[in-house]
Design a protein around this ligand. Structure first.
Ligand code: AMP
Length: 175
């Protein structure tokens, strides 16, 4: 099955020059969704994952399914100000300004082995902050799984420098 064919590209969204990689076309395809989840899990089956952490918002859809597949719990990594209980957070740089990701202070148990899931890795800024956040919360990041890699932007390399194994299912060259 060619998963890449199921991803829709929308030029100049949300602003000129961006090629937006839309996974809703993959998610609505029953075989494609199933296959994507299986492949996100595959390198980490048998790694003793104890929780999946999904990055808002498309990482919730994929990460929830991955957690179900592994029969483990799910932790949402959210943008600042969205979680109702006490949180810990990590700031990261954007092109203009900064943003912050948060988890609930009691999300993780001692010794948790975490798989982080999102739809796409570009600069890696969100994923690097998420790794730092999980580590600060007391978890070990066993790996990160993404459907899409934009290799020319270099996010994957940043994660590998942090000694985190990265799984991606397809790549789009350029941006
Ligand atoms: P980054 O922190 O630069 O790695 O950006 C990753 C986050 O931004 C992910 O949660 C993606 O959903 C989103 N994102 C960045 N670039 C794109 C793109 N070209 N198409 C779709 N989503 C994107």
């Amino acid at each position: 099955m060619d998963l890449k064919r199921l991803v829709r590209t929308i030029p100049d969204y949300p602003k000129p020059g961006i090629m937006f990689r839309d996974i809703t076309t993959l998610l609505r395809d029953p075989g494609g969704f199933r296959r994507a989840v299986d492949e996100l899990v595959q390198p980490f089956a048998g790694s003793g994952i104890t929780k999946v952490a999904g990055i808002e918002a498309r990482g919730f859809i994929l990460g929830g399914a991955v957690a179900h597949q592994l029969s483990v719990g799910f932790v949402p990594i959210r943008k600042k100000g969205k979680l109702p209980w006490q949180t810990i957070g990590v700031e990261y740089e954007l092109e203009y300004g900064t943003d912050e990701v948060e988890i609930h202070i009691d999300s993780l148990d001692k010794g948790d082995r975490i798989l982080i899931v999102d739809d796409l890795i570009a600069t890696g800024g969100t994923a690097v902050a998420s790794i730092e956040l999980i580590r600060e919360g007391g978890g070990e990041v066993v790996g990160c799984s993404f459907v899409i890699d934009l290799p020319d932007i270099g996010g994957r390399a940043r994660l590998e420098e942090m000694k985190v194994p990265v799984r991606t299912l397809m790549a789009f060259e350029g941006e």
